[in-house]
Design a binder for this molecule. Sequence first.
Ligand code: HEM
Length: 487
Amino acid sequence: MIGSLKKYQPLADSRIRPFDEIPGPSGLHQLPYLGLLFQMKPFTKYSKHNMQQRVCSWTKTFGPICKQRLGREWYVFLTDPNDVEKVFRNDRKYPFRGALPLTKVYARRTRESPGLTALNNEEWFVLRKAAQRAILRQKAMNKYLPIISAVADDFVDKFRQEERIDNVLHHLMEFSTEGAGKLCFGVRLGCISKHDQTMQTKTMKHVETFLDCFGNQFYVMPWYKLFRSPFYKKYAKSADYLKSLTEKYIREHKERLQTGAAPELGPSLLSDLLADPQMSTADIQRTLMDVFVGGIDSTASNMTTLFYNLAKNTDKQDRLFEELERSVPKSGPIDDTAIGDLHYLKACIKESLRLVFPVPVGTARSLDKDITLRGFHIPAYTNIVFCSGITCSDSTYFDEPEQYIPERWLRDHDKYTPIHSFAYIPFGHGPRKCIGQTFAETEIRVCTAKILRNFRLTLPEGAHEITYKDKTFRTPVTPVTLLLQER
Ligand code: HEM
């Protein structure tokens, strides 16, 4: 009964207010499972894909701490970075990720491990330690730079003779699938192509379905726990496909190792994990699958927003081009020193992630001890959600929060304002932060640098603002078109 009110024991210290006094939607909204339905259309204006807006409406009404029931469990929502910091400072040795019921049901039915994303405690750490050694450190990532540059060059070449890119997200999904495939398996999947690609399209379709169901597991009635519902079958079909795909690459890599042909593939997470004696083949398979899937939607959605912001703010784009022209070649490898020096590019990326925070609402934790937040007692194992998306659009923490101002991140600029380090955490924080952060940042920097070095981006006349759907990540719904002018 994680986070349940029944767990609550009144405290002796009368200055501390009890958990059930934390404000939040009341009455029918507090019912387990059904309460959430009353939060959505037709009872409110929000659909299940407007999680961030819904939580924002609660925090506006109830303040920087509020609570709501999602499913059976209680969730506490925080917007003040000081409170967020306090929770992180009290986090467990192995930060706990709760509430991934669909992943866990699939693991139980297939008798497989739930994998890096859903595992907890020591079991999680075994997988995490091996994978983060291979891809989270900047030094480890540098060996992937020539590979990422080559994938980005192919992406740029695809648009050489074009005057526009329609549905940018789709093309960036191809780019990020290609990048994640190379990182994980050491192979080029061949997703970036102008021609029909049956196998690649199939992989991308399954990744999309997998992530769709993964994101929806928080919002659907969990009938799949009782029987194999259509929702479950859809998820299981994609999970089965991705499992067999990763198994195929593991098998092929092992064969290459036997024939001495493996080094030809270059570095990959797969080869690093195979060299780790602590990792079983099943562990390697689940870790690869999570990293592969985790690296696609996330990067593609955020880059779509970034390209849109740069096309909309051409003055920022022109300043960025000046920086790129100095050190980035139109094609060919970019080295780590050149990438490290692109300060304005980094600021443009950060600002885009702030303006449209990538994760619906933010990340969450549950502590293994009681804690007091804003004078309220929070029992151990309560789900605590950091509403970073709301903090990032709050003028208390960011001047002119609705504007795209990369300069706010540059120390030598008069727009620079120091921010609370827990006000902006798009990749999470601590030992369980995004394991793909370094790869994502490198991939986004290299691809953006290449695209903007080769093309000037603008929006077509009358282009609409992007609208977003809250899935695992905040994903653009409106297809974005960009006009290209070759540099
Ligand atoms: C802009 C891109 C990305 C964003 C904004 C992002 C964000 C996040 C966040 C917020 C978390 C949860 C962190 C926490 O609980 O503190 C996470 C976890 C994770 N991410 Fe990312 N991510 C991105 C790209 C990637 C990429 C490229 C990969 C793989 C190459 C990846 C793989 C993962 C995995 C496997 C986890 C679970 C880690 C664990 O539980 O140990 N992500 N990501």
